[in-house]
Design a protein around this ligand. Structure first.
Ligand code: GDP
Ligand code: GDP
Length: 454
């Protein structure tokens, strides 16, 4: 229920973590059945277990918190393999690319008993381009005698293989030491910082026109941007100059190359979408305006909100929208997009170029809201007015008293309320709406967290 959501959020923010975790991220990649999940469980020290539906298939890319020698980091099991052999090649490269775009270091797991397969070689080719440290893990080395077989893994061109037995724990301490050696103390700058270009994810379900839009935007820019002073560009990103500003479109490698497998793509596409959103500060969710809105469109919008990223909604294929469609579209928006009334919508056409010039100002506005900080003084004078006019509803015979509020974070803006009792979901939504009315925040999700103080 709604309650649980807020309680969980509260816990999340207790750690004072910034969006994105604030810890360096270690990604684990490799073919199915090489023992990635077993290894992740080993690294986590059994405090939290990786859950699998089917052996060899982790349901989703999940992030876990780990601590070793007093240092905290996150472990991401990239899982999500396409079990279909034809799709394997594309999956392995996508997985490696995803790890490169989101992680600070990568564990590349190979089954030492099987040796190097073609798929391993394909992944290694991608990983060799990575600017992140990569550690080759020779797994299933259950005994000293089996270590001899790991020499072959030097051929991957990624340095010394580290023999371990994820199942029995053999070598896992040494591996963790090596992980700490290569992992930076702080996560690499995911949010561009003051200097770098701002990070944009161009997402949407298949065939809405993402590739066409990227091509259009690249075509619109006045100069081809190869480099921006002081920044290193991931091979998976594209720098695009729009409206006199350079933007970093993250994780566009797949779009540019148009990787498409016949099968199992949808699941994989959803992983890529998540990874791109996580790597970005703001997402453009592209929707096919010429067709009815679908569950999948709404799911992608939800992903952006849940990730706490700024949002611009772009209705593409506007050249195909006639009067009748326009009328049904308005109804759809009222019905399905009420939750994101705060997001700016632009009606564009990648085909004709219609209104694509509106994207940059919309991105800028959304990011401004996402970055915005309202002072505690302003918030509390707003709060006392609101609470005086609309006190929180009585629960169990008692009226909760809101003592104080502060914006604990930006990116996304997070309003923390200190109250003498729980505040109902409806009232929290009311406060969020009023908070937005008073201070703006167009284009950014806003979180409302309640701390109950007796
Ligand atoms: P994933 O698909 O890469 O996540 O692989 P799993 O972690 O599900 O492991 C696949 C299979 O290999 C399971 O049956 C594991 O028990 C087994 N396995 C994992 N690590 C080891 C190991 O170090 N030694 C041996 N002998 N088996 C292992
Ligand atoms: P992606 O799968 O999201 O990358 O979508 P594509 O860029 O491959 O586009 C899917 C199809 O929609 C292609 O046939 C495009 O030519 C077409 N398309 C993309 N944008 C527009 C648009 O603005 N108007 C029209 N009419 N067609 C478009």
């Amino acid at each position: 229920t709604d309650w649980a959501d807020y309680d969980q959020l509260d816990e999340e923010f207790d750690e004072d973590s910034e969006a994105g975790g604030g810890r360096p991220v270690l990604a684990v990649v490799g073919r199915p059945n090489v023992g990635k999940s077993t290894l992740v469980n080993r690294l986590l020290g059994s405090r939290q277990a990786v859950v699998k539906d089917t052996p060899g298939v982790t349901r989703d890319r999940v992030s876990y918190d780990a601590v070793w020698s007093g240092r905290a980091f996150s472990v991401v099991d990239t899982g999500g393999w396409d079990p279909d052999a034809d799709g394997m090649y594309a999956s392995v490269t996508s997985q490696a690319e995803m790890a490169m775009s989101t992680a600070d270091a990568i564990l590349f797991v190979v089954d030492a008993n099987v040796g190097v397969s073609g798929t391993d070689e394909a992944a290694a080719r991608v990983l060799r381009r990575s600017k992140r440290p990569v550690i080759v893990v020779a797994n299933k080395v259950d005994s000293q005698g089996a270590e001899a077989g790991t020499a072959e893994l030097w051929s991957l061109g990624l340095g010394e293989p580290h023999p371990v037995s994820a199942l029995h724990g053999r070598g896992s301490g040494d591996l963790l030491d090596e992980v700490l050696r290569v992992l930076p103390d702080t996560p690499r700058e995911r949010f561009g910082g003051a200097a770098g270009p701002r990070r944009v994810a161009l997402v949407g379900k298949p065939n809405v026109g993402k590739s066409s839009m990227l091509n259009r935007l690249v075509g619109e820019q006045r100069a081809v941007v190869d480099e921006v002073a002081g920044t290193t560009v991931d091979p998976v990103d594209s720098l695009v100059e729009l409206d006199d500003e350079v933007w970093r479109f993250v994780d566009t490698a797949g779009l540019r190359k148009r990787v498409k497998t016949a099968d199992g793509t949808e699941y994989y596409a959803s992983l890529r979408t998540k990874a791109a959103i996580e790597a970005a500060e703001v997402a453009i969710v592209l929707i096919d305006g010429s067709n009815p809105l679908t569950e999948q469109d709404l799911r992608i919008i939800s992903m952006v909100i849940e990730a706490g990223r700024a949002l611009v909604i772009a209705y593409n294929k506007w050249d195909m929208v006639d009067d009748e469609r326009r009328r049904s579209l308005e109804k759809e928006i009222d019905r399905d997009l009420v939750r994101v009334r705060w997001a700016e919508r632009v009606n564009v056409s990648a085909l004709t170029g219609r209104a694509v010039a509106k994207l940059a100002p919309a991105l800028r506005g959304a990011l401004e809201s996402w970055d915005q900080r309202v002072s505690t003084g302003q918030i509390n004078s707003w709060l006392s007015d609101i609470v005086a006019a609309h006190p929180p509803p009585v629960r169990g015979g008692k009226q909760p008293k809101i003592m104080f509020a502060t914006q604990a974070h930006s990116r996304p803006p997070t309003l923390v309320l200190f109250s003498s009792g729980f505040l109902e979901a409806g009232y929290r939504r009311f406060l969020e709406r009023k908070f937005r009315e008073a201070f703006g925040f167009t284009g950014s999700p806003v979180r409302v967290v309640v701390r109950v103080r007796e």
